[in-house]
Unconditional design. Structure first.
Length: 370
């Protein structure tokens, strides 16, 4: 390791990454952040490939010249917007605060630091680092396109879920849909002369919501997150639409709910269309490439990792669709997308040791087998 990189502590790298205001879609900020990563990884001797899809830049670095390393370490650098003060990482009471420290620039910092520590023996290992810039808006122009271009791995470590040393075994499926109603405009003083699209849309939505009584983390859920209709205040609305967010436990539940929702919509002359559909993603914790991670984590963390089903989404489903096992575990932290986002400083160091030990064990074993 060079003397300059020896001085680059994990905290310092993370602070540097946080300073880039990489809100999803901010092209120049994403470029700058990836330029920083490329410069660091180039000094480590990694093979670098830069890609860009529809204005969203990405980077893939590998210890060998390959598009499919044994172990892939994946993270997104994009974040949601925040006050300027959040882009200056702060430390208080053993916690690091700043936009992206937990979601999920801590992982990118760990991956860079790992490459630095292994640079003198890179050829002994078969691992890669993938950084993308669009996860917060769906990952369609990042991980998905990279996998479509032939990038991949035997196993992927993606620390974007599994809060607090819990491994995510699955996440719910997601359907984002639009409900649309057309009506007939009329003067607001004579509603009987028209057909109010808002009325029909609301009636349909109220009936659809009855399918989701007593929602909780262990049930299918529905949230109506956007609604708009009408043109002017004194005119019967001739159009209205709403956007719904459906999270489902399994494919059978989704098929049943879609059938029932479509029947309701049809009765109210409302159309439903799919904006986005993400299937349920699962991780087999008994997979031979997952088990070593769990064993090392138990040794370093001091107890076995608990299992959890995630309520949120990540880019993991793109990998699982290709049959690649994805390891989703994070250290202690919280406040994602809030102004008090944080990560435990000690846990950050422990997680680094976990990733390092895993890469050394699994990808070194691969090098001897091939």
């Amino acid at each position: 390791m060079t003397s300059s990189q020896e001085a680059e502590t994990l905290d310092r790298i993370l602070a540097d990454l946080v300073a880039f205001k990489t809100v999803s879609g901010q092209y120049e900020a994403a470029l700058g952040c990836l330029d920083y990563a490329e410069a660091y990884l180039t000094r480590c001797g990694m093979h670098i490939r830069r890609k860009e899809y529809d204005g969203f830049p990405a980077l893939v670095a590998t210890s060998r010249s390959t598009k499919r390393p044994k172990v892939l370490l994946q993270a997104h650098i994009d974040v949601v917007s925040a006050p300027d003060s959040c882009y200056q990482m702060q430390e208080k009471d053993g916690r690091l605060f700043g936009r992206g420290v937990f979601d999920m620039k801590f992982a990118a910092a760990i991956f860079l630091k790992l490459a630095g520590e292994l640079q003198d023996r890179l050829t002994d290992y078969d691992f890669g680092i993938m950084l993308t810039s669009d996860e917060e808006i769906g990952g369609l122009h990042g991980v998905k396109m990279l996998l479509d271009d032939g990038y991949g791995a035997d196993v992927c470590v993606l620390p974007d879920a599994g809060k607090g040393w819990k491994i995510e075994t699955s996440h719910k499926g997601c359907w984002i849909g639009r409900a649309y109603a057309k009506g007939l405009a009329a003067h607001g003083s004579k509603p009987w002369d028209g057909d109010n699209a808002i009325d029909r849309l609301i009636d349909a939505l109220c009936e659809i919501r009855e399918l989701f009584k007593d929602q909780d983390e262990d049930s299918d859920t529905l949230s109506v997150n956007q609604i708009v209709g009408g043109a002017v205040v004194n005119q019967v609305a001739d159009k209205a639409e709403a956007v719904m967010d459906l999270r489902f436990l399994d494919d059978e539940s989704f098929a049943r709910l879609q059938r029932e929702m479509n029947e309701i919509a049809k009765r109210h002359k409302v159309s439903l269309e799919t904006v986005r559909h993400i299937t349920v993603s699962q991780t087999n914790v008994d997979h031979p490439l997952v088990q070593p991670f769990l064993a090392i984590a138990e040794r370093l963390h001091g107890e076995p990792l608990k299992r959890v089903r995630s309520l949120g989404m990540s880019d993991a489903h793109y990998f699982t669709k290709q049959g690649t096992p994805v390891i989703l575990v994070r250290p202690d932290g919280g406040g994602s997308h809030g102004d008090k986002e944080w990560i435990d400083k000690t846990d950050l160091g422990v997680y680094f040791e976990l990733v390092k030990a895993y890469v050394e064990e699994v990808s070194a074993r691969a090098s001897s087998d091939r």
